[in-house]
Write a protein that binds this ligand. Structure first.
Ligand SMILES: *Cc1c(COP(=O)(O)O)cnc(C)c1O
Length: 612
């Protein structure tokens, strides 16, 4: 069975059964059934499904592996985790996350004032908050307020000037008030790898050099704040696909930790290793993205930190982790209807053969009529050659537009027939011509909005149809979104081929699922062509079925324009004026059109044609 690499990226979260992809959890609902139920409520276009049980699974995984590794090594430090809000700040995700993480005291990481406000309003009270990123005085003041609210908050200093601000603000804070903890971000000479590796390393945007660290310690001591210094932090970049750079960073950080303690930082007790835990996005065996498991990751970190602490004779540090991608990616699946297959319009009935056709067209017609399983490949080759000759003849003026149209139709009919005849015999040569005879699937979604990392970084996300999985897909597929930008395309790549089914969209619905889109994609999504965040829903699965919760419809056109600061009263006035200028418009017609305008303004921007 063709399983779209589910065994590589799926983490046992899905199964294929009855031709459908289903959640591998409790009542095992099929994604397509959930989508159809939501669409029954009148919702069309792409729908983003959130599965809280998959958030739970990732949180359980990370805590259980670190707890196991700590136990096996008799590690003395504690394990703590926070979720970096920049990975997904959407409320229906964040509230699920905090609910699922409550029993572990799972906290939040904030990188901006707005994110810090989310943390201060929603973080579980016993759970830590860490604050990274560049900070102004206002942001540091917010951190002090959070500490007074009772949060266990650590402000990680990115540069010495931030430390100066902390010192100033601490001076103005009443003596009895609880102060935030202070963390120092260290600049490592080792760095990450891959397309996201810009956060670590000696030239990185962030962190204190050794010299600055020594200055910071002296400054803290002088201002009586050294006892508030509790944590060192680093982050070597996202999607760390090999474990080696992490080990290098740990070795460096572990030694810095030990030396800072020896320099008198007596309350320093934690190493925050940032994020970077990778997600396997590949659908193809040859393109595995990560070479370690969470088990190995946890073992290595615990073992490495223990070894350094023991050899330098300092207390084993508490471990803090800020993994975001690993926690959030799997929880969201984007589902989108296929609107059209571009070659679908080519039917035998559309042929306009003449009394006297150019000989190559007569030959193409013969090939089409007589092709069988044994000749399929040969005929396919011949017909592609004929097509190229015919197109040249057209350019030279020897055949006309009708001949050219007949060529187009015949070639598509032959391809279709050949693909069906060859369906069950995967053939090397067939694969080699697949690139030339791909089908274009028009999908009701925007790549800029929903898969921005594909557009910006060439990051692939697993994609598969939600149904028909008991039939062999025969069409090599390129996917087109509905923006009018030619970058809004996922091209067919012979090295990582995507095959989809040959469907007649007028007769049956066909949906694609894009998986592992829960990290970064939503907030990075752009409103290019004014396509906004798709409709979302949270799906809670139980033993008997599932519940659809928190449906949030994609923004209406009215709201989108208002967000751009169009004065909507003015827009309405202008539209009405234009209506009034139409000559011969009856009162009744005017009202009807006005009604339509209001109706359409209150719809979202995704397409409603054909399959809606
Ligand atoms: C982005 C970021 C993270 C999260 O990284 P992931 O690769 O998503 O786990 C953690 N910590 C800091 C400081 C970050 O900037």
């Amino acid at each position: 069975m063709y399983n779209y690499g589910l065994d590589i990226w799926g983490e046992n979260n899905y199964i294929i059964e009855d031709g459908k992809v289903k959640l591998n959890y409790l009542s095992k609902p099929a994604i397509i059934d959930i989508v159809k139920e939501i669409r029954k409520k009148g919702i069309k276009g792409p729908i983003l499904l959130r599965f809280p049980h998959l958030i739970q699974k990732q949180i359980d995984n990370i805590y259980s592996h670190f707890r196991r590794a700590s136990k096996e090594n008799n590690y003395k430090g504690s394990f703590n985790a926070v979720f970096p809000l920049k990975v997904n700040q959407f409320p229906n995700f964040v509230t699920s996350l905090l609910e699922k993480g409550e029993k572990y005291h799972y906290g939040l990481e904030a990188g901006s004032k707005a994110e810090l406000f989310i943390a201060m309003a929603y973080n579980n009270k016993n759970a830590p908050i860490t604050v990274n990123g560049f900070k102004d005085e206002e942001m540091i003041m917010l951190g002090f307020i959070a500490a007074r609210m009772g949060y266990n908050i650590t402000l990680t200093i990115e540069g010495l000037n931030e430390l100066e601000s902390i010192i100033q603000i601490a001076k103005k804070t009443p003596k009895h008030a609880t102060l935030p903890n202070i963390g120092l971000r260290i600049r490592l000479h080792s760095s990450g790898i891959g397309i996201w590796a810009k956060s670590g390393g000696i030239n990185s945007k962030f962190g204190l050099t050794s010299t600055e660290l020594v200055t910071a310690i002296e400054l803290l001591r002088e201002k009586n704040l050294l006892d508030n210094f509790t944590m060192i932090h680093f982050h070597i970049g996202s999607q760390i696909t090999e474990i080696t750079p992490m080990k290098k960073a740990l070795r460096e950080a572990g030694n810095i930790y030990a030396d800072l303690k020896k320099m008198g930082a007596k309350n320093l007790h934690a190493i925050n290793i940032g994020g970077g835990l990778a997600v396997e996005y590949s659908q193809h065996e040859e393109y595995h993205q990560k070479n370690y498991s969470i088990r190995e990751f946890a073992n290595d970190i615990v073992f490495m930190l223990q070894t350094i602490a023991q050899s330098k004779k300092v207390q084993e540090p508490d471990i803090f982790i800020e993994s975001g991608r690993y926690i959030a990616a799997s929880h969201a699946v984007l589902t989108a209807p296929v609107l059209e297959l571009f070659s679908q319009e080519y039917h035998e009935s559309s042929l306009k053969l003449k009394e006297n056709n150019p000989p190559l067209i007569t030959e193409l017609f013969e090939l089409y009529k007589t092709i069988n399983a044994n000749t399929a490949l040969e005929y396919l080759h011949d017909s592609i050659d004929h097509m190229e000759s015919l197109l040249t003849l057209f350019d030279l003026g020897y055949i006309d537009l009708i001949d050219r149209s007949n060529t187009e139709i015949l070639i598509h009919l032959i391809i279709k027939k050949a693909m069906n005849l060859l369906k069950n015999k995967p053939h090397k040569e067939l694969i080699s011509i697949q690139e030339r005879i791909q089908e274009r699937y028009l999908i009701n979604f925007s790549i800029f909005q929903s898969l921005p990392d594909y557009w910006g970084l060439g990051q692939n996300f697993p994609v598969m149809p939600l149904s028909k999985l008991n039939e062999t897909p025969v069409r090599s597929a390129s996917l087109w979104d509905i923006t009018c930008d030619s970058d809004g395309e996922i091209e067919f790549n012979i090295k990582k081929p995507l095959f989809l089914h040959d469907v007649d969209i007028k007769k049956e619905e066909y949906f694609l699922g894009f998986f592992l889109v829960g990290a970064y994609q939503e907030i990075l999504g752009m409103k290019h062509n004014l396509f906004t965040h798709p409709t979302e829903a949270t799906i809670e699965i139980d033993e008997n079925g599932y519940k659809i919760k928190n449906i949030l419809e994609s923004q209406s056109i009215y709201d989108i324009l208002e967000d751009l600061d169009y004065d909507m009263k003015e827009v309405e006035r202008r539209l009405k004026n234009n209506l009034d200028e139409i000559k011969n418009l009856s009162e009744k017609e005017r009202d009807t059109i006005l009604g339509q305008i209001y109706l359409f303004l209150n719809d979202n921007t995704y397409l409603k044609t054909v399959q809606k």
